[in-house]
Design a protein around this ligand. Structure first.
Ligand SMILES: C[S@@+](CC[C@H](N)C(=O)[O-])C[C@H]1O[C@@H](n2cnc3c(N)ncnc32)[C@H](O)[C@@H]1O
Length: 285
């Protein structure tokens, strides 16, 4: 039997993904490249290129995984974040574009020419810590996570990217007791347990401990706020990503934890998704 052509396979993949993915054509193109090494340019030059039956089978296996809703990032095993190519597995959250707003807020508050101390809590794949390390080579960055597997992934990413971050296993700030930081940054889990919005879609494949945080989604944020002042230098900054409806609850938690000068940053839909606050300079910690 004749080997299938790239265009016939792309068409088949696209059809299989229609109705299952928001971007069937794009997904099919990405998977064609992953399984058969045919990128857009190669395809445009020679759409009738013959594909071996082994590669065709590989493509259909990847398409089937995508049909079940598995995120492209897990299928490929990597994802770009802040122009860094991060290796990923189902042990870590797929880094989201909103988190780049958090990285930018921290960079805007971090001088490039001095050795600031930064802690990233719940580092997952290492996305935030590594983005900051790539932009602020003088910073001393430590990152924690309670998941041993996530930390292994993050430290593997740091090695591959040749970026310096220290990783500590444990609960939020617990492994960092006795240290003080200019900046504490975190994208903690902040979804309410049982949120029906996450019963479908890519989140089904992500680790629950990276997503859910108590009945109101604020358990992790509460813990981080409560401990932040003790680990911040006077005037030091806490920067958090959070849900679009958590802004006022978070303001109360920040003020109750001796953190002031609160600022909010909106996502591309105009909703507050990142907040920063500073340790009041004269608080008695
Ligand atoms: C929303 S994910 C963020 C991952 C990564 N920082 C990012 O932005 O893509 C939250 C992370 O917090 C970690 N985590 C959950 N509970 C934790 C705890 N009690 N202490 C430390 N890390 C925790 C999870 O393992 C997960 O990696």
């Amino acid at each position: 039997m004749a080997e299938p052509t790239a265009s016939a396979l792309l068409h088949r993949a696209c059809q299989a993904l229609t109705g299952q993915s928001d971007s069937p054509r794009l997904d099919a193109e990405i998977l064609l490249q992953a399984a058969c090494g045919i990128d857009r340019t190669t395809f445009a030059c020679d759409p009738e290129k013959a594909i071996s039956s082994t590669q065709a089978r590989q493509l259909l296996t990847l398409v089937e995984r995508r049909r079940t809703g598995e995120p492209i990032a897990y299928i490929l095993g990597h994802k770009e974040f802040w122009s860094l190519d991060l290796a990923l597995s189902q042990d870590t959250l797929v880094p989201r574009p909103e988190t780049e707003i958090l990285v930018q807020a921290v960079l805007d508050a971090t001088p490039a020419d001095s050795p600031v101390d930064i802690a990233d809590l719940g580092t997952g794949s290492g996305a935030i810590a590594l983005a900051l390390a790539s932009e602020r080579p003088l910073a001393r960055i430590v990152a924690t996570d309670s998941s041993r597997r996530a930390l292994a992934q993050a430290s593997n990413n740091a090695m591959r990217l040749n970026l310096e971050v220290t990783f500590e296993l444990g609960d939020w700030l617990v492994p960092l007791q006795g240290q003080v930081f200019d900046i504490i940054v975190s994208n903690p889990p902040y979804v309410c347990e049982g949120d029906p919005a996450l019963e479908r879609g890519p989140s089904l494949f992500e680790p629950p401990e990276a997503l859910f945080s108590g009945p109101d989604g604020l358990s992790a944020i509460r813990q981080i706020c409560a401990g932040a002042s003790d680990c911040l230098k006077p005037g030091g900054m806490l920067a958090l990503e959070h849900g679009h409806d958590q802004r006022s609850a978070l303001d109360e938690l920040l003020l109750g934890a001796s953190l002031g000068s609160i600022a909010h940053f909106n996502d591309y839909a105009g909703q507050a998704r990142v907040s920063t606050a500073r340790r009041v300079a004269h608080s008695n910690h």
